[in-house]
Design a protein around this ligand. Sequence first.
Ligand code: CP3
Length: 325
Amino acid sequence: MRQAGRFLPAYKKIREKHEVLAICKDPELCAKVTSLPVEILGVDAAIMFADIMLPLEGMGVKLSIEEGVGPLIQEPITSYKSVQALENLDAAADVPYVLEAIRLTKKMLDGRAPLIGFSGAPFTLSSYLIEGRPTRDFAKVKSLMYREPKTWHALMKKLSDSMSRYLQAQIDAGVDAVQLFDSWVGCLSPQDYRNYVLPYSQQIFKNLTDAAVPRIHFGTNTSNFLEDMRRAGGDVFSIDWRIPIDAAWRRLGYDVAVQGNLDPAAMLADVEVLKSFAADVLGRVKGRVGHIFNLGHGMLPDTSAEVVAELVKFVHESTRSSGLR
Ligand code: CP3
């Protein structure tokens, strides 16, 4: 998740002088920012400081990330021709700084925590590419999907090919796990997920079958089609707070791992209330091997770094005292 972003004072200080995308393109600075949550909060893994939009730039898309708004695309995708104009990603040539930052971060972390690489999933990327900006109703995306299936499928195919190569390049550069972020896929009905999205996310996981690293499949609002997400692939499934994590795990099957599922808003409650929410998550998974304690989605901007550090300590102590760590 966006764990360094927005709330760590040390990060905010760096952000005063550098834009998000500028940090991503400066491997030294990027490695430093990536390591901050491990140094300051004591979390058990680092996630590469990058953005899901970064490889799209490498595919020829002109974009910016606006503070408090999110990604903005200069010329959104509207036609088959604009899909054809998208270049296929060649990670080493198009985003060399991501791969260099991975190598530097691995050195900087020096085995203290594993490093997670990631990409956006085809649906979530296409939602920005077609809408041109964050959306609530996904009207343009669905309209293109229903009215111009040929354009839709061509776009999804191009994105799944490029993201497969991007994730493989990150694995080759040394990440210890990869995460596919399908943050907005929960706006779809189960049938639409199956028809328009599943084959493409599935293709990415298939392409990475031989990769010797765990593959995390992230989504929110997906409790209506968890079984389909499982069919699409992944070794670890991310669960948000809208469904109890034990119910989600039962449906997914105990042969996969789960991560989640604290509501990020719990971080804004009194610490004792926050701890009771965290204890509820831990109580539901009952120490079963294969649970990664996490939030259900990204950190909210008003979250206090001290509160996050307390939560990390609480989860460590709770799991240690039951012999789970
Ligand atoms: O250290 C970290 O926080 C990890 C780096 C990271 C960023 N983006 C940097 C960033 C990660 C893992 C992402 C993933 C990402 N980006 C996703 C998938 C995960 C999720 O949260 O659902 C998505 C959908 C995006 C697109 C995006 N970029 C959004 C929605 C925003 C937030 C806009 C806002 O301010 O409300 C961004 C901006 C962004 N990317 C920030 C960070 C740290 C925000 C903070 C800042 O402006 O410094």
